[in-house]
Design a protein around this ligand. Sequence first.
Ligand SMILES: [Fe+2]
Ligand SMILES: [Mn+2]
Length: 470
Amino acid sequence: MLINVRVMQPKLVAISNANVFANPKAPLYPRLALSKNWDEMTVTWTSGYDISEAVPFVEWGLKGEAQVRSPAGTLTFPRGSMCAEPARTVGWRDPGFFHTSFLKNLWPNSKYTYKLGHRLYNGSYIWSKSYAFTAPPYPGQNSLQRIIVFGDMGKAERDGSNEYADYQPGSLNTTDSLIKDLDNFDIVFHIGDMPYANGYLSQWDQFTSQVEPIASAVPYMVASGNHERDTPNTGGFYDTNDSGGECGVPAETMFFVPADNRAKFWYQADYGMFHFCIADTEHDWREGSEQYKFIEKCLAAADRNKQPWLIFAGHRVLGYSSNSWYGQEGSFEEPMGRDDMQKLWQRYKVDIAFYGHVHNYERICPIYQNQCVNSELSHYSGTVNGTIHVVVGGGGSHLSDFSTLKTVWSVYQDLDFGYTKLTAFNHSYLLFEYMKSSDGKVYDSFTISRDYRDVLACVHDGCEPTTLAT
Ligand SMILES: [Fe+2]
Ligand SMILES: [Mn+2]
């Protein structure tokens, strides 16, 4: 049945023949994610099989060689774990089961194949189709490493049905561009606002289905956004119901991240020459908070000789954005965003900070205490004396206007759907690119070239004391 859904006035458009599902419980939508250990990959998928009915596992191994089986855990969440309407009421739908397996002892950069399986207690097996991935590089390893970053993608249907308020018009373009380019990147960071299910749980399946070609092939790392987490009176930093009562539960159960506690969605990730510190902007980040301590520890953990490229990312704009509502508020950031965090970006010489939430693209100069520290626009080199901030929230959801006020620090603005890519060629050369989702072509870019001593060099107040003693 094809129904054009305006939620309040559904209109019947056409009726198809009856659909029969071969196996409505079949294992689906594998999504890869980095683990806490560099030589592991996690695979999470969705099925209709509880542990009481079948044993979930992954059959996997080096491509073309003997395959082994690894066990998987099983999780679900009940209606009672939703915090408010509509997730607890009209938006609720039994989510099925979520399985995660840890594939261990991987050989760096090697190709693996894998299949999801369930062994029923009557001895028969249910299989998924076969998938493949490339194992992550060893931390510090010198090899080509390519990272995709964007936020706020959402989902959409190709036949135009169920276009729920036409909320994510650019989503399919972004997904399709990435699928077309799948051989040319190694890992994805989707920094919050994933399906915009907003308490209508079936939309999570639509989203995991849409990203499956990407997430089943490269690690799909996520961050928590207001549309995943925010529900009043549930311990978050914001008291709006942007998640439609989900209060983070579907995101934290359906996607694996290497956090100590997935309900506190901050974590670190190593990928070769990159060290990532991912913030959870829906929880307090100010000095003295649990998250602030974590972010400091994470940034301090980057050995810049081996991991020169230090990246900070979070959903809301803790840094700088010329978005119109941030402009009206006057400080061009999420309220209280950079007050405390900038101390850490400066002290630990973060290269680039990424944000979503604002649905457009904007690049900020290398900045220190609200001042551009470099008039260069495209080829940065030498001492690390400021952090470059990037808003990349144009993944697909309706676009956000820029302020008419001009700021000195805004280098490039694009009111369109797009995503960004980082390419580390080695320890001293990084390429940044911004692509439009509509054609996958590069519209903005810059490079950073420098050596280890340029990271160690004293700048501003960021140096340890020295002595004259010899
Ligand atoms: Fe968003
Ligand atoms: Mn948001």
